[in-house]
Design a protein around this ligand. Structure first.
Ligand SMILES: Cc1cc2nc3c(=O)[nH]c(=O)nc-3n(C[C@H](O)[C@H](O)[C@H](O)COP(=O)(O)O)c2cc1C
Length: 206
Protein backbone atom coordinates (compact mmCIF):
# COMPACT_ATOMS: atom_id res chain seq x y z
CA UNK A 1 0.00 0.00 0.00
CA UNK A 2 1.14 3.49 -0.77
CA UNK A 3 0.17 7.00 0.29
CA UNK A 4 1.03 9.98 -1.89
CA UNK A 5 1.60 13.21 0.04
CA UNK A 6 1.41 16.30 -2.16
CA UNK A 7 3.33 19.38 -1.08
CA UNK A 8 1.51 22.34 -2.59
CA UNK A 9 3.97 24.93 -1.31
CA UNK A 10 6.56 26.74 -3.41
CA UNK A 11 9.03 25.71 -0.68
CA UNK A 12 10.28 22.17 -1.18
CA UNK A 13 11.26 21.70 2.45
CA UNK A 14 9.26 24.35 4.30
CA UNK A 15 6.39 24.18 6.76
CA UNK A 16 4.00 22.14 4.63
CA UNK A 17 6.73 19.61 3.94
CA UNK A 18 7.49 19.39 7.69
CA UNK A 19 3.80 18.70 8.38
CA UNK A 20 3.63 16.03 5.66
CA UNK A 21 6.74 14.35 7.11
CA UNK A 22 4.92 14.05 10.46
CA UNK A 23 1.87 12.51 8.73
CA UNK A 24 4.19 10.04 6.97
CA UNK A 25 5.76 8.73 10.23
CA UNK A 26 2.83 6.58 11.48
CA UNK A 27 2.04 5.48 7.94
CA UNK A 28 5.57 4.14 7.56
CA UNK A 29 5.39 2.58 11.03
CA UNK A 30 2.26 0.72 9.84
CA UNK A 31 4.22 -0.66 6.86
CA UNK A 32 2.67 1.71 4.32
CA UNK A 33 4.95 3.20 1.67
CA UNK A 34 4.95 6.99 1.41
CA UNK A 35 6.08 9.45 -1.26
CA UNK A 36 6.11 13.24 -1.10
CA UNK A 37 5.45 14.95 -4.44
CA UNK A 38 6.34 18.67 -4.68
CA UNK A 39 4.31 20.73 -7.15
CA UNK A 40 7.34 23.01 -7.58
CA UNK A 41 8.28 26.62 -7.05
CA UNK A 42 6.80 27.96 -10.30
CA UNK A 43 3.18 29.20 -10.33
CA UNK A 44 0.61 26.54 -11.30
CA UNK A 45 -2.47 27.88 -13.10
CA UNK A 46 -6.04 26.71 -12.66
CA UNK A 47 -8.36 24.71 -14.93
CA UNK A 48 -9.70 26.57 -17.97
CA UNK A 49 -12.37 23.94 -18.70
CA UNK A 50 -11.08 23.38 -22.27
CA UNK A 51 -12.11 19.71 -22.29
CA UNK A 52 -8.75 18.66 -23.77
CA UNK A 53 -8.18 16.12 -21.00
CA UNK A 54 -11.33 14.25 -22.04
CA UNK A 55 -9.48 13.35 -25.24
CA UNK A 56 -5.93 12.83 -23.96
CA UNK A 57 -6.55 11.53 -20.42
CA UNK A 58 -4.36 14.18 -18.81
CA UNK A 59 -4.22 17.95 -18.52
CA UNK A 60 -3.17 19.23 -21.96
CA UNK A 61 -1.32 22.13 -20.33
CA UNK A 62 1.08 19.62 -18.75
CA UNK A 63 3.10 20.59 -15.71
CA UNK A 64 2.54 19.18 -12.19
CA UNK A 65 -1.11 18.04 -12.68
CA UNK A 66 -0.05 15.84 -15.63
CA UNK A 67 3.25 14.84 -14.02
CA UNK A 68 1.57 13.67 -10.79
CA UNK A 69 -1.15 11.66 -12.54
CA UNK A 70 0.76 8.37 -12.59
CA UNK A 71 1.62 8.77 -8.90
CA UNK A 72 -2.07 9.36 -8.17
CA UNK A 73 -3.03 6.26 -10.15
CA UNK A 74 -0.59 4.16 -8.12
CA UNK A 75 -1.57 5.59 -4.71
CA UNK A 76 -4.05 4.01 -2.28
CA UNK A 77 -4.46 7.22 -0.27
CA UNK A 78 -3.66 10.87 -0.91
CA UNK A 79 -2.71 13.73 1.41
CA UNK A 80 -3.12 17.24 -0.02
CA UNK A 81 -0.91 19.79 1.76
CA UNK A 82 -0.76 23.54 1.21
CA UNK A 83 0.39 26.69 2.95
CA UNK A 84 -2.07 29.49 3.64
CA UNK A 85 -1.69 32.42 1.23
CA UNK A 86 -3.92 35.43 1.83
CA UNK A 87 -6.15 33.53 4.26
CA UNK A 88 -6.93 30.62 1.95
CA UNK A 89 -5.01 27.74 0.36
CA UNK A 90 -2.10 28.77 -1.89
CA UNK A 91 -3.49 29.49 -5.36
CA UNK A 92 -1.00 27.16 -7.07
CA UNK A 93 -2.20 24.22 -4.99
CA UNK A 94 -5.84 24.99 -5.75
CA UNK A 95 -4.93 25.25 -9.45
CA UNK A 96 -3.08 21.94 -9.21
CA UNK A 97 -5.98 20.23 -7.42
CA UNK A 98 -8.61 21.56 -9.84
CA UNK A 99 -6.69 20.46 -12.94
CA UNK A 100 -5.75 17.11 -11.41
CA UNK A 101 -9.38 16.51 -10.43
CA UNK A 102 -10.83 17.55 -13.79
CA UNK A 103 -8.40 15.39 -15.75
CA UNK A 104 -7.88 12.47 -13.34
CA UNK A 105 -10.78 12.51 -10.90
CA UNK A 106 -11.55 8.86 -11.54
CA UNK A 107 -8.14 7.95 -10.13
CA UNK A 108 -9.01 9.84 -6.95
CA UNK A 109 -12.39 8.17 -6.50
CA UNK A 110 -12.92 6.16 -3.30
CA UNK A 111 -9.30 6.64 -2.13
CA UNK A 112 -9.01 8.02 1.41
CA UNK A 113 -7.87 11.64 1.41
CA UNK A 114 -6.52 14.02 4.01
CA UNK A 115 -5.93 17.75 4.00
CA UNK A 116 -2.95 19.47 5.66
CA UNK A 117 -2.40 23.21 5.98
CA UNK A 118 0.40 25.38 7.34
CA UNK A 119 0.26 29.04 8.24
CA UNK A 120 2.21 31.58 10.17
CA UNK A 121 -0.94 32.75 11.92
CA UNK A 122 -4.39 32.85 10.26
CA UNK A 123 -6.53 31.44 7.46
CA UNK A 124 -6.11 27.70 8.01
CA UNK A 125 -9.79 26.79 8.39
CA UNK A 126 -10.69 28.65 5.18
CA UNK A 127 -7.81 26.90 3.40
CA UNK A 128 -9.02 23.50 4.67
CA UNK A 129 -12.53 24.22 3.41
CA UNK A 130 -11.25 25.23 -0.03
CA UNK A 131 -9.12 22.09 -0.35
CA UNK A 132 -11.84 19.73 0.91
CA UNK A 133 -13.94 20.49 -2.14
CA UNK A 134 -11.98 18.12 -4.41
CA UNK A 135 -12.10 15.01 -2.17
CA UNK A 136 -15.77 15.70 -1.47
CA UNK A 137 -16.54 15.72 -5.20
CA UNK A 138 -14.79 12.39 -5.85
CA UNK A 139 -16.23 10.24 -3.07
CA UNK A 140 -12.92 10.19 -1.20
CA UNK A 141 -13.36 9.23 2.48
CA UNK A 142 -11.94 12.28 4.25
CA UNK A 143 -9.62 11.38 7.12
CA UNK A 144 -9.77 13.53 10.23
CA UNK A 145 -7.56 13.97 13.27
CA UNK A 146 -7.78 15.21 16.86
CA UNK A 147 -8.11 18.83 15.69
CA UNK A 148 -8.39 20.61 12.33
CA UNK A 149 -5.31 19.63 10.31
CA UNK A 150 -2.99 22.63 10.66
CA UNK A 151 0.52 23.49 11.80
CA UNK A 152 1.94 26.93 12.51
CA UNK A 153 5.29 28.47 11.67
CA UNK A 154 7.40 30.26 9.11
CA UNK A 155 9.99 27.50 8.67
CA UNK A 156 10.28 23.74 9.10
CA UNK A 157 12.21 24.37 12.32
CA UNK A 158 9.34 26.43 13.73
CA UNK A 159 6.81 23.75 12.76
CA UNK A 160 8.85 21.23 14.76
CA UNK A 161 8.25 23.49 17.79
CA UNK A 162 4.47 23.36 17.24
CA UNK A 163 4.06 20.25 19.40
CA UNK A 164 0.28 20.18 19.11
CA UNK A 165 0.35 20.69 15.34
CA UNK A 166 2.84 17.84 14.93
CA UNK A 167 0.71 15.62 17.17
CA UNK A 168 -2.36 16.40 15.01
CA UNK A 169 -0.33 15.39 11.94
CA UNK A 170 0.77 12.09 13.49
CA UNK A 171 -2.81 11.30 14.56
CA UNK A 172 -3.93 12.08 11.01
CA UNK A 173 -1.37 9.65 9.59
CA UNK A 174 -2.40 7.00 12.12
CA UNK A 175 -6.07 7.37 11.15
CA UNK A 176 -5.19 7.20 7.45
CA UNK A 177 -3.26 3.95 8.09
CA UNK A 178 -6.22 2.51 10.02
CA UNK A 179 -8.75 3.32 7.30
CA UNK A 180 -6.46 1.94 4.58
CA UNK A 181 -6.15 -1.33 6.50
CA UNK A 182 -9.93 -1.44 7.03
CA UNK A 183 -10.47 -0.97 3.28
CA UNK A 184 -7.92 -3.71 2.52
CA UNK A 185 -9.63 -6.07 4.97
CA UNK A 186 -13.01 -5.18 3.49
CA UNK A 187 -11.81 -5.90 -0.04
CA UNK A 188 -10.41 -9.26 1.13
CA UNK A 189 -13.86 -10.03 2.57
CA UNK A 190 -15.50 -9.21 -0.77
CA UNK A 191 -16.78 -5.72 0.02
CA UNK A 192 -16.58 -3.61 -3.12
CA UNK A 193 -16.77 0.18 -3.46
CA UNK A 194 -20.31 1.23 -4.41
CA UNK A 195 -21.10 2.24 -7.98
CA UNK A 196 -22.57 5.75 -8.01
CA UNK A 197 -25.91 6.37 -9.63
CA UNK A 198 -25.46 8.42 -12.84
CA UNK A 199 -27.56 10.16 -15.44
CA UNK A 200 -29.07 13.24 -13.82
CA UNK A 201 -27.33 16.49 -14.90
CA UNK A 202 -29.62 19.36 -14.01
CA UNK A 203 -28.59 22.97 -14.56
CA UNK A 204 -30.49 25.69 -12.75
CA UNK A 205 -32.14 27.17 -15.84
CA UNK A 206 -35.69 26.92 -17.09
C1 LIG B 1 1.90 35.08 -0.60
C2 LIG B 1 1.87 34.62 0.83
C3 LIG B 1 0.72 34.85 1.58
C4 LIG B 1 0.65 34.43 2.90
N1 LIG B 1 -0.51 34.64 3.60
C5 LIG B 1 -0.61 34.17 4.86
C6 LIG B 1 -1.84 34.31 5.57
O1 LIG B 1 -2.85 34.80 5.07
N2 LIG B 1 -1.88 33.83 6.84
C7 LIG B 1 -0.79 33.27 7.44
O2 LIG B 1 -0.90 32.89 8.59
N3 LIG B 1 0.38 33.11 6.79
C8 LIG B 1 0.48 33.55 5.51
N4 LIG B 1 1.66 33.37 4.83
C9 LIG B 1 2.77 32.65 5.49
C10 LIG B 1 2.75 31.14 5.18
O3 LIG B 1 1.45 30.64 5.06
C11 LIG B 1 3.39 30.33 6.29
O4 LIG B 1 4.64 30.79 6.64
C12 LIG B 1 3.44 28.86 5.86
O5 LIG B 1 3.60 28.06 6.97
C13 LIG B 1 4.58 28.62 4.87
O6 LIG B 1 4.53 27.27 4.46
P1 LIG B 1 5.62 26.70 3.42
O7 LIG B 1 6.97 26.85 4.07
O8 LIG B 1 5.25 25.26 3.22
O9 LIG B 1 5.47 27.52 2.19
C14 LIG B 1 1.77 33.78 3.51
C15 LIG B 1 2.92 33.56 2.73
C16 LIG B 1 2.97 33.96 1.42
C17 LIG B 1 4.20 33.66 0.60
Amino acid sequence: MKVLLINGSPHKQGCTWAALCEVAKPLQAAGIETEIYHIGAAPVGGCVGCGGCAKTGECVFGGPPAEALQLVKDADGIVFGAPVHYATAAASMLGFMHRLAWSGGNYLRHKPAAIVTSARRAGTTTAIEAMEKVPQFFEMPLISSTYWPMVHGSSAEQVALDAEGCQIMRNLGQNMAWILKCIEAGQAAGIKAPKPERGAWTNFIR
